[in-house]
Design a protein around this ligand. Structure first.
Ligand code: AMP
Length: 223
């Protein structure tokens, strides 16, 4: 089982890099934000509570996200491992993840921090678009789609996320950076952390990411 945790502030580029890494390692991406958005879309009472939390820029409580995420991690498609995008985001979540993996004699093999300074993050997120069908990520400045309002990959409409407005973005950063730093320290102390400068061009970030998880040259996609 290969488990790779992608760490970084919202907008650091995790969602852009995760599909490339997943294709190389042949494991699924489990993205906590996507998972929570599907809980919201279910229209349940829990979904309504989660939606309110997400729109406020705060983190969903550990109990809810740990239960939801670990259920997903036990899915048959993740039996050989997964790329974790957006989870864990607190030290408590990181400990819960280690406990769950230890039951299968597994562990987090690598935690990779994609680091981008705050001001650049706010600018990036103002220009971020995601596709409605699968959450493919674009950026009007750094990674524009071929057509302004359609996904290059599946042709579905591109939309701004409801929580990508500047006020919510700044609130998300203020709330989410301190616990993220705890998670970074947690993995550093376990000797599995690698840090990448997320301001590098996207292909360079990809190369460093694949190096960090020792993907052999023959398993890398051209381009
Ligand atoms: P993301 O798509 O990863 O930026 O997540 C969107 C929102 O979902 C975040 O701003 C949080 O409100 C919530 N969320 C996502 N992952 C987590 C997590 N691991 N723990 C708590 N809340 C989360």
């Amino acid at each position: 089982m290969t488990v790779v945790v992608l760490l970084g502030a919202p907008g650091a580029g995790k969602g852009t890099q995760a599909p490339i890494l997943a294709a190389c390692l042949k494991v699924p991406i489990l993205a906590s934000g996507e998972l929570l958005r599907s809980v919201v879309a279910s229209g349940s009472e829990l979904g309504r509570q989660v939606q309110a939390t997400m729109l406020s820029g705060e983190l969903v409580d550990d109990d809810t996200i740990v239960r939801t995420f670990l259920d997903r991690l036990r899915g048959p498609d993740a039996s050989k491992g997964a790329i974790l995008d957006g989870f864990p985001r607190t030290r408590g979540q990181a400990v819960a993840l280690d406990d769950a993996l230890a039951e299968h004699s597994a562990r987090v093999d690598r935690a990779i921090l994609i680091h981008v300074p705050l001001d650049e993050l706010v600018t990036r997120m103002a220009g971020r678009l995601i596709c409605q069908a699968s959450g493919h990520v674009y950026n009007l400045q750094s990674n524009p789609p071929q057509q302004p309002d359609r996904c290059d990959i599946d042709g579905s409409p591109l939309v701004h996320r409801a929580d990508d407005g500047e006020v919510t973005v700044r609130a998300r950063m203020a709330q989410q950076m301190p616990p993220l730093e705890e998670v970074v320290e947690y993995y550093r102390s376990r000797g599995v952390l690698a840090t990448i400068d997320g301001r590098l061009p996207i292909p360079e970030v990809t190369t460093q990411l694949l190096n960090a998880v020792d993907v052999p040259a023959e398993s890398r996609q051209p381009g």
